[in-house]
Write a protein that binds this ligand. Structure first.
Ligand SMILES: [Zn+2]
Length: 80
């Protein structure tokens, strides 16, 4: 979950799973976190809903550890 200040600057990001407040300095996230923005479509039960949430790196790892089939991971060719 992202919180923005009145000036539109990022103030805080909370992990939706454990509630941890992640480190944000000068509007920039300073630790690993995964942001999810997913628009469900016509073929789902949630047609028209857009879901947003953030996970800290620790929770992300524990979610992936539950997968029966591991996520595909590849090296980025260019660091952004
Ligand atoms: Zn977490």
């Amino acid at each position: 979950m992202k919180k923005y200040g009145e000036d539109g600057r990022l103030e805080a990001i909370y992990c939706n799973m454990c509630g941890k407040k992640m480190i944000v300095k000068e509007g920039i996230l300073r630790e690993g976190a995964a942001r999810f923005d997913y628009a469900w479509d016509y073929f789902s039960e949630k047609d028209g809903e857009v879901h947003h949430f953030d996970l800290c790196e620790e929770c992300y790892d524990s979610v992936l550890a539950e997968f029966a089939i591991p996520a595909d991971v590849e090296e980025q060719l260019e660091l952004l």
